[in-house]
Design a protein around this ligand. Structure first.
Ligand code: NDP
Length: 236
């Protein structure tokens, strides 16, 4: 069976790496764009392109390389993300700009750079990794929440723009997932968060990856423009 081709931003660890592993199981060949490389050997069908997604020229150059090698783009996942938390009154311009650039602008650049290929081939899926705080907001995360809400607007708009060419665009909004992004929190903070989650447990990167795998597959062929929360019921 011919391999499907996927491009993902980030992917060196956490949720992105879990997505890559599921995609490799599903017979994909994957190109991932991040500053650091995955430490384990995942075989011949995963390719790293060293990229800082906050550097537009670097990002576009890497995407061009990936498309040249892959030829077809069956799946694009915008996953790279950072946090720079703080209350609004004390939030610096730099912390605002960095988060918007990495989390939101990189997804705009990536979708625009790949749109010609996607529209021409008339098939493919885009999955944007948003967050429940893009839906609910969160004190201390104005920059991050705005970037993730922005991704939802991008997702819905592109779903409408691209639908007639057979391209589906969806977002996944993870809740509290145990990765390096959340490991800084103390046990007491984690306990307080779990208390707010109806399913009473934290999520794993694999749980998010399973939803991406579903949105990439033909099992979701009639789903576009949606935001699927993987959050144990946090924002019901
Ligand atoms: P991690 O911090 O574990 O991983 C972040 C990934 O983003 C890494 O692969 C990193 O690669 C990449 N990245 C960050 N900055 C850049 C950059 N400038 N250029 C290229 N790649 C970059 O976080 P998670 O796996 O937890 O997060 C993945 C996504 O899921 C993010 O978008 C995050 O906002 C979202 N999310 C996570 C939640 C959680 O609870 N963990 C909850 C909701 C959403 P490298 O450092 O190698 O460049």
């Amino acid at each position: 069976m011919e391999k499907q081709k996927a491009i993902i931003t980030g992917g060196s660890r956490g949720i992105g790496l879990a997505i890559i592993k599921k995609l490799l199981e599903d017979n994909y060949e994957v190109w991932y764009l991040s500053r650091t490389e995955v430490e384990e050997n995942l075989g011949p069908f995963i390719h790293h392109i060293k990229t800082d997604v906050s550097d537009k020229e670097n990002l576009v150059e890497s995407l061009n390389t990936a498309v040249k090698e892959a030829k077809v783009v069956d799946l694009l996942v915008n996953n790279a993300g950072i946090t720079r938390d703080g209350l609004l009154m004390r939030m610096s311009d730099e912390n605002w700009d960095d988060v918007i650039t990495v989390n939101l602008t990189s997804a705009f650049i990536t979708c625009r750079a790949l749109s010609r290929t996607l529209l021409k081939q008339k098939h493919g899926a885009i999955v944007n990794i948003s967050s429940v705080v893009g839906v609910s907001g969160n004190a201390g995360q104005a920059n991050y929440s705005a970037s993730k809400a922005g991704l939802i607007g991008l997702t819905k708009s592109l779903a409408k723009e691209f639908a007639s060419r057979g391209i589906r665009v969806n977002a996944v909004a993870p809740g509290f997932i145990e990765t390096s992004m959340t490991e800084k929190l103390s046990d007491a903070q984690k306990e307080a968060i779990v208390a707010q989650i109806p399913l009473k447990k934290l999520g794993s990167a694999e749980m998010v990856a399973d939803t991406v795998r579903f949105l990439a597959s033909s099992a979701s062929q009639y789903i576009t423009g949606q935001v699927i929360c993987v959050d144990g019921g946090m924002v019901i």
